[in-house]
Ligand binder design. Structure first.
Ligand SMILES: Cc1cc2nc3c(=O)[nH]c(=O)nc-3n(C[C@H](O)[C@H](O)[C@H](O)COP(=O)(O)OP(=O)(O)OC[C@H]3O[C@@H](n4cnc5c(N)ncnc54)[C@H](O)[C@@H]3O)c2cc1C
Length: 454
Protein backbone atom coordinates (compact mmCIF):
# COMPACT_ATOMS: atom_id res chain seq x y z
CA UNK A 1 0.00 0.00 0.00
CA UNK A 2 1.32 3.49 -0.82
CA UNK A 3 1.75 6.00 1.98
CA UNK A 4 -1.09 8.09 0.52
CA UNK A 5 -3.45 5.07 0.59
CA UNK A 6 -2.30 4.29 4.11
CA UNK A 7 -3.01 7.87 5.23
CA UNK A 8 -6.43 7.85 3.53
CA UNK A 9 -7.33 4.58 5.21
CA UNK A 10 -6.37 5.93 8.65
CA UNK A 11 -7.52 9.54 8.34
CA UNK A 12 -10.27 9.44 5.72
CA UNK A 13 -11.27 12.40 3.59
CA UNK A 14 -8.99 14.92 5.29
CA UNK A 15 -6.34 13.55 2.92
CA UNK A 16 -6.42 15.06 -0.57
CA UNK A 17 -4.51 13.79 -3.59
CA UNK A 18 -4.37 14.26 -7.37
CA UNK A 19 -6.66 16.91 -8.84
CA UNK A 20 -8.24 17.59 -5.42
CA UNK A 21 -5.09 19.49 -4.40
CA UNK A 22 -5.55 23.25 -4.89
CA UNK A 23 -3.00 25.61 -6.47
CA UNK A 24 -2.48 27.43 -3.16
CA UNK A 25 -0.40 24.47 -1.97
CA UNK A 26 2.25 25.05 -4.68
CA UNK A 27 4.11 28.07 -3.38
CA UNK A 28 4.45 30.56 -0.57
CA UNK A 29 4.63 34.30 -1.32
CA UNK A 30 8.22 33.99 -2.60
CA UNK A 31 6.58 32.38 -5.67
CA UNK A 32 9.49 29.93 -5.89
CA UNK A 33 7.50 26.72 -5.32
CA UNK A 34 7.35 24.61 -8.48
CA UNK A 35 5.42 21.46 -7.52
CA UNK A 36 2.23 20.44 -5.83
CA UNK A 37 2.75 18.01 -2.93
CA UNK A 38 1.76 14.39 -3.60
CA UNK A 39 -0.92 14.66 -0.91
CA UNK A 40 -2.31 17.35 1.38
CA UNK A 41 -3.60 16.50 4.87
CA UNK A 42 -6.02 19.04 6.35
CA UNK A 43 -6.38 18.03 10.00
CA UNK A 44 -8.83 19.46 12.50
CA UNK A 45 -7.12 18.17 15.66
CA UNK A 46 -3.68 17.52 17.15
CA UNK A 47 -4.55 13.81 17.31
CA UNK A 48 -4.99 13.70 13.52
CA UNK A 49 -1.64 15.44 13.04
CA UNK A 50 -0.02 12.96 15.44
CA UNK A 51 -1.52 9.99 13.56
CA UNK A 52 -0.32 11.38 10.22
CA UNK A 53 3.21 11.98 11.49
CA UNK A 54 3.43 8.50 13.08
CA UNK A 55 2.67 6.91 9.70
CA UNK A 56 5.01 9.20 7.76
CA UNK A 57 7.83 8.77 10.28
CA UNK A 58 7.60 4.97 10.12
CA UNK A 59 8.12 5.14 6.35
CA UNK A 60 10.62 8.01 6.25
CA UNK A 61 8.08 10.07 4.33
CA UNK A 62 8.93 13.80 3.95
CA UNK A 63 6.34 16.18 5.45
CA UNK A 64 6.06 19.92 4.84
CA UNK A 65 3.94 22.03 7.17
CA UNK A 66 1.90 24.69 5.38
CA UNK A 67 0.34 27.68 7.13
CA UNK A 68 -1.00 30.76 5.37
CA UNK A 69 1.66 30.45 2.58
CA UNK A 70 2.73 34.09 2.99
CA UNK A 71 6.33 33.19 3.88
CA UNK A 72 9.06 34.81 1.79
CA UNK A 73 11.82 32.20 2.14
CA UNK A 74 10.33 29.18 0.35
CA UNK A 75 9.93 27.35 3.68
CA UNK A 76 6.41 26.03 3.07
CA UNK A 77 7.03 24.82 -0.49
CA UNK A 78 6.81 21.07 -1.01
CA UNK A 79 8.32 19.07 -3.83
CA UNK A 80 6.25 16.43 -5.59
CA UNK A 81 7.50 13.68 -3.26
CA UNK A 82 6.52 15.45 -0.04
CA UNK A 83 3.21 15.37 1.81
CA UNK A 84 1.87 18.70 3.06
CA UNK A 85 0.16 19.10 6.42
CA UNK A 86 -1.96 22.22 6.01
CA UNK A 87 -3.26 23.85 9.18
CA UNK A 88 -5.99 25.80 7.34
CA UNK A 89 -8.85 23.94 9.06
CA UNK A 90 -7.35 23.81 12.55
CA UNK A 91 -8.55 27.29 13.51
CA UNK A 92 -10.21 29.10 16.37
CA UNK A 93 -9.63 30.94 19.62
CA UNK A 94 -9.94 28.46 22.46
CA UNK A 95 -9.76 30.91 25.35
CA UNK A 96 -9.11 34.51 26.32
CA UNK A 97 -8.01 34.61 29.95
CA UNK A 98 -8.56 38.23 30.95
CA UNK A 99 -6.93 37.77 34.35
CA UNK A 100 -3.75 36.20 33.03
CA UNK A 101 -3.82 38.47 29.95
CA UNK A 102 -3.44 35.52 27.60
CA UNK A 103 -5.13 33.99 24.59
CA UNK A 104 -5.01 30.30 23.63
CA UNK A 105 -5.20 29.89 19.87
CA UNK A 106 -5.15 27.02 17.37
CA UNK A 107 -2.21 27.25 15.00
CA UNK A 108 -4.24 27.62 11.80
CA UNK A 109 -6.02 30.77 13.00
CA UNK A 110 -5.31 33.74 10.71
CA UNK A 111 -3.41 36.46 12.58
CA UNK A 112 -6.09 39.09 11.89
CA UNK A 113 -8.81 36.86 13.37
CA UNK A 114 -6.76 36.49 16.57
CA UNK A 115 -6.08 40.26 16.65
CA UNK A 116 -9.83 41.00 16.38
CA UNK A 117 -10.72 38.50 19.09
CA UNK A 118 -8.17 40.13 21.40
CA UNK A 119 -9.64 43.57 20.63
CA UNK A 120 -13.18 42.35 21.27
CA UNK A 121 -11.99 41.30 24.73
CA UNK A 122 -10.35 44.72 25.31
CA UNK A 123 -6.76 43.64 24.63
CA UNK A 124 -4.03 44.15 22.07
CA UNK A 125 -2.36 41.16 20.42
CA UNK A 126 0.82 42.98 19.43
CA UNK A 127 2.06 40.60 16.71
CA UNK A 128 1.34 42.55 13.51
CA UNK A 129 2.52 42.42 9.91
CA UNK A 130 1.33 43.34 6.44
CA UNK A 131 0.23 39.75 5.67
CA UNK A 132 -2.10 39.72 8.72
CA UNK A 133 -5.20 38.72 6.70
CA UNK A 134 -3.64 35.49 5.37
CA UNK A 135 -0.75 34.41 7.60
CA UNK A 136 -1.50 32.06 10.48
CA UNK A 137 -0.44 32.09 14.11
CA UNK A 138 1.43 28.80 13.57
CA UNK A 139 3.34 30.32 10.64
CA UNK A 140 4.09 33.46 12.66
CA UNK A 141 5.57 31.33 15.42
CA UNK A 142 7.42 28.99 13.06
CA UNK A 143 9.10 32.01 11.41
CA UNK A 144 9.37 34.09 14.60
CA UNK A 145 7.78 36.89 12.58
CA UNK A 146 8.85 40.48 13.23
CA UNK A 147 6.67 43.20 11.77
CA UNK A 148 5.76 46.73 12.70
CA UNK A 149 5.29 46.68 16.50
CA UNK A 150 8.59 45.02 17.45
CA UNK A 151 10.05 48.22 18.84
CA UNK A 152 7.48 48.28 21.66
CA UNK A 153 6.42 44.67 22.10
CA UNK A 154 9.28 42.53 20.78
CA UNK A 155 9.29 39.86 18.06
CA UNK A 156 6.82 36.98 18.02
CA UNK A 157 8.89 34.87 20.44
CA UNK A 158 8.56 37.63 23.06
CA UNK A 159 4.77 37.29 22.93
CA UNK A 160 4.47 33.52 23.35
CA UNK A 161 4.02 31.93 26.77
CA UNK A 162 3.07 28.37 25.92
CA UNK A 163 2.98 25.94 23.01
CA UNK A 164 1.62 22.61 21.95
CA UNK A 165 3.63 20.78 19.29
CA UNK A 166 3.51 17.42 17.60
CA UNK A 167 6.94 15.85 17.17
CA UNK A 168 8.09 13.92 14.10
CA UNK A 169 7.28 10.58 15.78
CA UNK A 170 3.74 11.69 16.61
CA UNK A 171 4.34 12.55 20.28
CA UNK A 172 2.13 15.46 21.39
CA UNK A 173 4.00 17.81 23.74
CA UNK A 174 1.50 20.11 25.42
CA UNK A 175 3.13 22.95 27.27
CA UNK A 176 0.34 25.52 27.35
CA UNK A 177 1.93 27.62 30.06
CA UNK A 178 0.25 30.95 30.95
CA UNK A 179 2.86 32.29 33.34
CA UNK A 180 5.50 34.89 32.53
CA UNK A 181 7.98 33.44 35.01
CA UNK A 182 8.61 29.72 34.73
CA UNK A 183 12.19 28.54 35.16
CA UNK A 184 11.66 24.80 35.23
CA UNK A 185 14.47 23.46 33.07
CA UNK A 186 14.97 24.06 29.37
CA UNK A 187 12.63 26.55 27.70
CA UNK A 188 11.23 24.05 25.20
CA UNK A 189 8.99 26.51 23.32
CA UNK A 190 12.03 28.39 22.03
CA UNK A 191 13.27 25.33 20.10
CA UNK A 192 10.15 25.43 17.93
CA UNK A 193 9.69 29.19 17.57
CA UNK A 194 11.65 30.18 14.47
CA UNK A 195 12.37 26.57 13.47
CA UNK A 196 10.39 26.90 10.20
CA UNK A 197 8.63 23.55 10.45
CA UNK A 198 11.86 21.53 10.77
CA UNK A 199 11.52 20.39 14.41
CA UNK A 200 7.79 19.83 14.98
CA UNK A 201 4.29 20.92 14.00
CA UNK A 202 3.02 23.77 16.18
CA UNK A 203 -0.64 23.10 16.96
CA UNK A 204 -1.63 25.52 19.74
CA UNK A 205 -0.14 28.59 21.39
CA UNK A 206 -0.71 30.68 24.47
CA UNK A 207 -0.09 34.30 23.42
CA UNK A 208 0.56 37.23 25.70
CA UNK A 209 -1.92 40.10 25.42
CA UNK A 210 -1.35 43.77 26.32
CA UNK A 211 -3.68 46.62 27.21
CA UNK A 212 -5.47 47.97 24.15
CA UNK A 213 -4.21 51.51 23.39
CA UNK A 214 -6.87 54.21 23.39
CA UNK A 215 -5.76 55.17 19.88
CA UNK A 216 -2.62 56.02 17.93
CA UNK A 217 -0.92 59.14 16.66
CA UNK A 218 0.96 58.85 13.39
CA UNK A 219 3.41 61.28 11.81
CA UNK A 220 5.42 61.27 8.62
CA UNK A 221 8.74 63.06 9.11
CA UNK A 222 11.29 64.27 6.56
CA UNK A 223 15.01 64.04 7.36
CA UNK A 224 18.17 65.09 5.57
CA UNK A 225 20.61 62.32 6.53
CA UNK A 226 20.85 58.84 8.04
CA UNK A 227 22.71 60.35 11.02
CA UNK A 228 19.59 62.40 11.68
CA UNK A 229 17.44 59.24 11.42
CA UNK A 230 19.53 57.67 14.21
CA UNK A 231 19.46 60.86 16.30
CA UNK A 232 15.68 61.14 15.82
CA UNK A 233 15.19 57.50 16.86
CA UNK A 234 17.09 58.09 20.12
CA UNK A 235 15.04 61.22 20.73
CA UNK A 236 11.73 59.39 20.05
CA UNK A 237 12.74 56.58 22.41
CA UNK A 238 13.42 59.10 25.18
CA UNK A 239 10.58 61.53 24.46
CA UNK A 240 7.61 59.44 23.30
CA UNK A 241 6.57 57.07 26.09
CA UNK A 242 4.15 55.13 23.85
CA UNK A 243 6.45 54.90 20.78
CA UNK A 244 5.22 51.84 18.89
CA UNK A 245 6.64 52.16 15.37
CA UNK A 246 9.60 53.88 13.73
CA UNK A 247 9.88 52.97 10.06
CA UNK A 248 12.38 54.54 7.67
CA UNK A 249 12.25 54.93 3.90
CA UNK A 250 15.15 55.99 1.71
CA UNK A 251 14.42 58.59 -0.97
CA UNK A 252 13.94 56.27 -3.96
CA UNK A 253 11.65 53.91 -2.03
CA UNK A 254 9.48 56.78 -0.82
CA UNK A 255 9.40 58.45 -4.25
CA UNK A 256 8.33 55.25 -6.01
CA UNK A 257 5.55 54.34 -3.59
CA UNK A 258 4.20 57.86 -3.04
CA UNK A 259 3.94 58.29 -6.83
CA UNK A 260 2.34 54.85 -7.22
CA UNK A 261 -0.21 55.77 -4.54
CA UNK A 262 -0.68 59.22 -6.18
CA UNK A 263 0.22 60.99 -2.94
CA UNK A 264 2.15 64.27 -2.92
CA UNK A 265 3.13 64.45 0.72
CA UNK A 266 6.14 66.81 0.67
CA UNK A 267 6.94 69.60 -1.82
CA UNK A 268 10.23 67.88 -2.56
CA UNK A 269 11.04 64.26 -1.80
CA UNK A 270 13.47 64.34 1.14
CA UNK A 271 16.52 62.03 1.45
CA UNK A 272 14.77 60.08 4.26
CA UNK A 273 11.18 59.76 5.46
CA UNK A 274 10.23 58.18 8.78
CA UNK A 275 6.81 57.00 9.97
CA UNK A 276 6.55 57.51 13.72
CA UNK A 277 3.66 56.12 15.70
CA UNK A 278 2.74 56.44 19.34
CA UNK A 279 0.17 54.42 21.28
CA UNK A 280 -2.22 56.59 23.29
CA UNK A 281 -3.09 56.03 26.92
CA UNK A 282 -6.22 58.19 26.65
CA UNK A 283 -5.04 61.48 28.26
CA UNK A 284 -6.25 64.63 26.56
CA UNK A 285 -2.81 66.22 26.56
CA UNK A 286 -1.14 63.46 24.51
CA UNK A 287 -1.80 65.00 21.10
CA UNK A 288 -0.42 68.38 22.21
CA UNK A 289 2.64 66.68 23.68
CA UNK A 290 3.20 64.76 20.40
CA UNK A 291 2.98 68.01 18.39
CA UNK A 292 5.33 69.77 20.81
CA UNK A 293 7.78 66.88 20.58
CA UNK A 294 7.88 67.08 16.78
CA UNK A 295 8.10 70.89 16.98
CA UNK A 296 11.22 70.53 19.16
CA UNK A 297 12.82 68.12 16.68
CA UNK A 298 12.09 70.63 13.87
CA UNK A 299 13.60 73.51 15.83
CA UNK A 300 16.73 71.52 16.54
CA UNK A 301 16.91 70.62 12.81
CA UNK A 302 16.83 66.86 13.45
CA UNK A 303 13.82 66.66 11.12
CA UNK A 304 13.09 69.09 8.30
CA UNK A 305 9.31 68.65 8.05
CA UNK A 306 6.52 66.69 9.74
CA UNK A 307 2.94 65.75 8.80
CA UNK A 308 0.64 64.53 11.56
CA UNK A 309 -2.23 62.31 10.44
CA UNK A 310 -5.55 64.01 11.16
CA UNK A 311 -7.65 60.89 10.75
CA UNK A 312 -7.43 57.11 10.67
CA UNK A 313 -7.73 57.35 6.87
CA UNK A 314 -4.72 59.65 6.65
CA UNK A 315 -2.72 57.41 8.96
CA UNK A 316 -3.52 54.43 6.70
CA UNK A 317 -2.40 56.43 3.67
CA UNK A 318 1.00 57.09 5.32
CA UNK A 319 1.29 53.38 6.06
CA UNK A 320 0.33 52.36 2.54
CA UNK A 321 3.37 54.26 1.22
CA UNK A 322 5.57 52.45 3.75
CA UNK A 323 4.04 49.02 3.07
CA UNK A 324 4.71 49.56 -0.64
CA UNK A 325 2.21 47.02 -2.01
CA UNK A 326 2.27 48.88 -5.37
CA UNK A 327 5.80 47.58 -5.95
CA UNK A 328 4.55 43.99 -6.18
CA UNK A 329 2.41 44.80 -9.20
CA UNK A 330 4.53 47.51 -10.86
CA UNK A 331 8.08 46.18 -10.62
CA UNK A 332 8.92 43.04 -12.61
CA UNK A 333 10.52 40.09 -10.75
CA UNK A 334 10.67 42.06 -7.49
CA UNK A 335 13.12 40.69 -4.91
CA UNK A 336 12.67 41.82 -1.31
CA UNK A 337 15.78 41.19 0.78
CA UNK A 338 15.58 41.23 4.55
CA UNK A 339 18.76 41.79 6.55
CA UNK A 340 19.75 43.01 9.99
CA UNK A 341 22.65 45.26 10.97
CA UNK A 342 23.71 47.31 13.97
CA UNK A 343 21.58 50.48 13.72
CA UNK A 344 24.54 52.88 13.48
CA UNK A 345 25.98 51.28 10.31
CA UNK A 346 22.74 50.79 8.34
CA UNK A 347 23.20 54.06 6.42
CA UNK A 348 26.74 53.17 5.34
CA UNK A 349 25.68 49.62 4.48
CA UNK A 350 22.80 50.87 2.30
CA UNK A 351 25.16 53.20 0.42
CA UNK A 352 27.70 50.44 -0.25
CA UNK A 353 25.06 47.89 -1.11
CA UNK A 354 23.25 50.24 -3.51
CA UNK A 355 26.51 51.03 -5.33
CA UNK A 356 27.48 47.36 -5.65
CA UNK A 357 24.05 46.34 -6.99
CA UNK A 358 23.83 49.25 -9.43
CA UNK A 359 27.35 48.53 -10.73
CA UNK A 360 26.37 44.94 -11.53
CA UNK A 361 22.78 45.70 -12.68
CA UNK A 362 22.79 49.25 -14.11
CA UNK A 363 19.11 49.19 -15.18
CA UNK A 364 17.80 47.85 -11.88
CA UNK A 365 15.54 49.58 -9.37
CA UNK A 366 17.26 49.39 -5.95
CA UNK A 367 15.70 50.99 -2.89
CA UNK A 368 15.87 50.68 0.88
CA UNK A 369 13.32 50.76 3.68
CA UNK A 370 12.89 49.06 6.98
CA UNK A 371 11.93 48.87 10.58
CA UNK A 372 15.41 50.32 11.43
CA UNK A 373 14.57 50.79 15.13
CA UNK A 374 14.94 47.02 15.55
CA UNK A 375 18.01 46.93 13.23
CA UNK A 376 16.05 45.55 10.26
CA UNK A 377 16.61 46.79 6.71
CA UNK A 378 14.75 45.66 3.59
CA UNK A 379 16.09 46.05 0.07
CA UNK A 380 13.74 46.17 -2.93
CA UNK A 381 15.45 45.05 -6.15
CA UNK A 382 13.98 44.71 -9.61
CA UNK A 383 15.85 44.34 -12.87
CA UNK A 384 13.92 44.48 -16.18
CA UNK A 385 16.53 42.12 -17.70
CA UNK A 386 16.32 39.64 -14.84
CA UNK A 387 16.89 35.93 -15.58
CA UNK A 388 17.04 32.72 -13.53
CA UNK A 389 20.50 33.57 -12.15
CA UNK A 390 19.70 37.12 -11.06
CA UNK A 391 18.33 36.36 -7.58
CA UNK A 392 21.34 34.25 -6.64
CA UNK A 393 23.80 36.90 -7.85
CA UNK A 394 21.93 39.61 -5.91
CA UNK A 395 21.94 37.42 -2.77
CA UNK A 396 25.68 36.83 -3.14
CA UNK A 397 26.46 40.56 -3.48
CA UNK A 398 24.24 41.61 -0.56
CA UNK A 399 25.10 38.80 1.87
CA UNK A 400 28.86 39.21 1.31
CA UNK A 401 28.51 42.83 2.44
CA UNK A 402 26.28 41.75 5.35
CA UNK A 403 29.00 39.32 6.46
CA UNK A 404 31.62 42.07 6.38
CA UNK A 405 29.41 44.26 8.56
CA UNK A 406 28.78 41.29 10.92
CA UNK A 407 25.04 41.50 10.28
CA UNK A 408 22.39 38.83 9.83
CA UNK A 409 21.23 37.55 6.42
CA UNK A 410 17.70 37.19 7.79
CA UNK A 411 16.13 39.68 10.18
CA UNK A 412 12.60 38.28 10.09
CA UNK A 413 11.70 36.23 6.99
CA UNK A 414 13.70 33.14 7.95
CA UNK A 415 16.02 30.90 5.96
CA UNK A 416 13.74 28.37 4.18
CA UNK A 417 15.49 27.25 1.01
CA UNK A 418 16.25 30.69 -0.41
CA UNK A 419 18.90 31.64 2.15
CA UNK A 420 20.07 28.17 3.14
CA UNK A 421 23.28 28.33 1.09
CA UNK A 422 24.25 31.57 2.83
CA UNK A 423 23.51 30.59 6.44
CA UNK A 424 27.24 30.33 7.19
CA UNK A 425 27.55 34.05 6.42
CA UNK A 426 25.83 34.73 9.75
CA UNK A 427 26.39 31.55 11.82
CA UNK A 428 29.64 29.87 12.88
CA UNK A 429 30.51 26.23 12.15
CA UNK A 430 29.96 25.39 15.84
CA UNK A 431 26.50 27.00 15.82
CA UNK A 432 25.52 25.13 12.65
CA UNK A 433 26.69 21.82 14.11
CA UNK A 434 24.64 22.43 17.27
CA UNK A 435 21.57 23.13 15.09
CA UNK A 436 22.17 19.84 13.24
CA UNK A 437 22.42 17.98 16.57
CA UNK A 438 19.11 19.43 17.74
CA UNK A 439 17.52 18.48 14.41
CA UNK A 440 18.84 14.89 14.67
CA UNK A 441 17.59 14.57 18.26
CA UNK A 442 14.05 15.75 17.49
CA UNK A 443 13.65 14.36 13.99
CA UNK A 444 16.08 11.43 13.62
CA UNK A 445 14.59 10.28 10.30
CA UNK A 446 14.73 13.79 8.87
CA UNK A 447 11.09 13.79 7.72
CA UNK A 448 10.14 17.34 8.76
CA UNK A 449 10.68 19.95 6.05
CA UNK A 450 13.85 18.29 4.70
CA UNK A 451 16.28 20.61 2.93
CA UNK A 452 14.93 23.71 4.68
CA UNK A 453 17.10 25.91 6.92
CA UNK A 454 20.06 23.46 7.20
C1 LIG B 1 2.67 41.40 2.28
C2 LIG B 1 3.59 40.65 3.21
C3 LIG B 1 4.12 41.31 4.32
C4 LIG B 1 4.95 40.63 5.20
N1 LIG B 1 5.46 41.31 6.27
C5 LIG B 1 6.25 40.66 7.13
C6 LIG B 1 6.80 41.36 8.27
O1 LIG B 1 6.61 42.56 8.44
N2 LIG B 1 7.52 40.64 9.15
C7 LIG B 1 7.77 39.30 8.97
O2 LIG B 1 8.44 38.71 9.81
N3 LIG B 1 7.30 38.64 7.90
C8 LIG B 1 6.55 39.28 6.99
N4 LIG B 1 6.06 38.60 5.91
C9 LIG B 1 6.39 37.18 5.73
C10 LIG B 1 5.30 36.20 6.26
O3 LIG B 1 4.06 36.80 6.29
C11 LIG B 1 5.66 35.70 7.65
O4 LIG B 1 6.83 34.93 7.56
C12 LIG B 1 4.56 34.84 8.31
O5 LIG B 1 4.90 34.66 9.67
C13 LIG B 1 4.37 33.47 7.66
O6 LIG B 1 3.18 32.88 8.14
P1 LIG B 1 2.36 31.81 7.27
O7 LIG B 1 1.26 31.28 8.11
O8 LIG B 1 1.99 32.39 5.98
O9 LIG B 1 3.48 30.68 7.09
P2 LIG B 1 3.86 29.84 5.80
O10 LIG B 1 4.39 30.72 4.72
O11 LIG B 1 2.78 28.90 5.43
O12 LIG B 1 5.09 28.99 6.40
C14 LIG B 1 6.27 29.61 6.82
C15 LIG B 1 7.20 28.57 7.47
O13 LIG B 1 6.63 28.13 8.70
C16 LIG B 1 6.35 26.73 8.67
N5 LIG B 1 5.06 26.54 9.36
C17 LIG B 1 3.87 27.13 9.06
N6 LIG B 1 2.95 26.76 9.96
C18 LIG B 1 3.55 25.94 10.84
C19 LIG B 1 3.12 25.23 12.00
N7 LIG B 1 1.85 25.30 12.44
N8 LIG B 1 4.02 24.47 12.67
C20 LIG B 1 5.30 24.39 12.25
N9 LIG B 1 5.76 25.01 11.16
C21 LIG B 1 4.89 25.79 10.47
C22 LIG B 1 6.37 26.34 7.21
O14 LIG B 1 6.76 24.99 7.03
C23 LIG B 1 7.38 27.30 6.64
O15 LIG B 1 8.69 26.84 6.84
C24 LIG B 1 5.27 39.27 4.98
C25 LIG B 1 4.73 38.60 3.86
C26 LIG B 1 3.92 39.28 2.98
C27 LIG B 1 3.36 38.52 1.80
Amino acid sequence: MTIVDDLKQTLGDIVLSGTDIGERHRSDASLTGLDLPKAVIRPTSSDEIAAALRLCNARGQAVVVQGGMTGLAGGANADGDAIAVSLERFTGIEEVDAQAGTMTVRAGTPLEVAQRAAEDAGFLLPIDLGARGSCQIGGNLATNAGGIRVLRYGVTRDNVLGLEVVLADGTIVSSLNKMIKNNTGYDLRQYFIGSEGTLGVITRAVLRLRPLPAGRLTALCALDSYDNVVAFLARCQRGLPGLSAFEAMWESYFRFNAEAEKQRLFDEVPPFVVVVEQDLLGNESERDAFEAFLGGALEDEIISDALIAQSEKESRSFWSVREGHAMDSQLPSLINLDVSLPIGVIGRFAGECGQALSARFPAAHVSFFGHVADSNLHIAFSDPDSDTETAHIVDGIVYDIVRRYRGSISAEHGIGTLKRDFLDHSRSAAELELMRRIKRALDPNGILNPGKVL
